[in-house]
Design a protein around this ligand. Sequence first.
Ligand SMILES: [Zn+2]
Ligand SMILES: [Zn+2]
Length: 345
Amino acid sequence: MLALVYKSTWDVALEERPVPAITKDNQVLVRIRATGVCGTDLGIVSGKYHAVPSVILGHESAGEVISVGKEVTSLQPGDRVVINPTYYCGHCEMCRTGRENHCTSKSVTETGVSADGTFTDYYITEDRFLYKLKDHVSYEEATLTEPLSCILTGINQIHLLPNLRTVILGAGPIGILYSYALASKGVTGCLVDISKDRLAIAGSIAPERWQVHETFQAAVQAQAPEGHQVDLIVDTTGAVGTQVLSNLAHGGYLMLMGLRDGNSTFNPKEVVDRSLKIIGSIDSVGTFATAHYLIEQGIIPGKKIITHTFPLDQYEQAFQTLGCDLSERTLNPSSQAIKVILQSN
Ligand SMILES: [Zn+2]
Ligand SMILES: [Zn+2]
């Protein structure tokens, strides 16, 4: 099978790999049909996020069950499934204290980062990481389950009220999925993006009563015309630091998602005196089934969020569409695409 392999920074290539074989009775062999291109993939390629050389990239995926181990009773060949790629052992200190997203085996089990991923034709996982798809849910839409699950894990750390004045920085797939996840809980707010193209698309697909703005300040002004302070700021761009705290109301939340490098300073006294909450969130824990439900019920408009699909062998064009130029070795943060999917044949 052909697989998109990470070799080193800015060096990825399609390579022939053997089809993996089931070695344990609880395993399932899945024929991959679609995998979303994620900011993490672009981060790995551009050297911002560490991955193990020669690993197959890709982790937001759906496909068809080909064969199952002897102990698997809930799935059979032909079933359409979405894959939870966040492996956890269930036995380590992190797993036994509700932090499966930080399982200590992650350094060798993280799909598409430290263990072979799904930008290829076949993938093996355990039955507990697979969720059946209803006929009306396409493989492409189903690939949004994983990023949505990460978002729901973040949201679970917020004491959410429908009247939280909210600004989301970045109108890419994570920003838009975030707006829908919050809207499903009654929250309205603003999406901000520096790219006019992206903002135009976001404006046409954002949830009802949500606004889009070109600048953070314009969004704050729209949400809080008097005090210029909002209750929840979600940064999906990785470009924002704690300088936005002055626009956060007492007791407010700064949610940090997205890859980032460099340091940001904050005044601990301000955080204490104003009861501010700065929250980091990575991967998902306990939210995959809910994300699966939201997509199955059509609460997330997957078809609109997916703006481009490419066959796997056109991965260079797919990355290019997201502002990642493999030949020029440049990563432009804005692009005309929202979600880009690679399809295995
Ligand atoms: Zn991802
Ligand atoms: Zn563990």
